[in-house]
Write a protein that binds this ligand. Structure first.
Ligand code: ZN
Length: 142
């Protein structure tokens, strides 16, 4: 069950929380128990799970990535967005999250964020919802 979530990112560097969008995809799939695979098909974006309660956490993450890979630096890539490519590599492009009772089995303070490093622009998150019990008995092995 492949789906795509479309997000318009609202800034040059921003973390857009997409947890509810992913849970909507899972709900529509009807899968109660399984795995949700999330993939970002971009070279200057990423995807992470982190705290969604205090927005300053997202700000701190972006600030520290900027300290590691400053936008005003010397890079070979002529397009001018080398830092965005590097930050994408640091955050990664995919997540695998268990599905429990028809939703992401996240911790109380966790959310899924699309990481934009070269926005604003339209982004896509590819979502594959995999049921746990397609075959087998569903019973744990002895
Ligand atoms: Zn580039």
């Amino acid at each position: 069950m492949l789906s795509r979530i479309k997000v318009f990112t609202r800034g040059r560097e921003v973390l857009e929380e997409i947890t509810h969008r992913v849970n909507d995809v899972i709900r529509r799939s009807g899968v109660e128990d399984g795995v949700c695979y999330l993939y970002v098909p971009h070279t200057t974006a990423g995807i992470i799970i982190n705290e969604n309660a205090d927005p300053s956490v997202a700000r701190d993450i972006l600030d520290r990535l900027e300290a590691l890979v400053p936008n005003k630096g010397s890079y070979q890539h002529l397009e001018g967005n080398a830092p965005a490519h590097i930050k994408s590599t640091l955050t990664g492009l995919s997540l695998t999250v268990p599905i429990d009772e028809g939703r992401l089995a996240l911790g109380q303070w966790q959310g899924v964020f699309l990481c934009e490093f070269d926005g604003p622009r339209d982004r896509t998150i590819v979502v594959q919802v995999l049921p746990a019990r397609s075959g087998g008995t569903g019973e744990p092995p002895e």
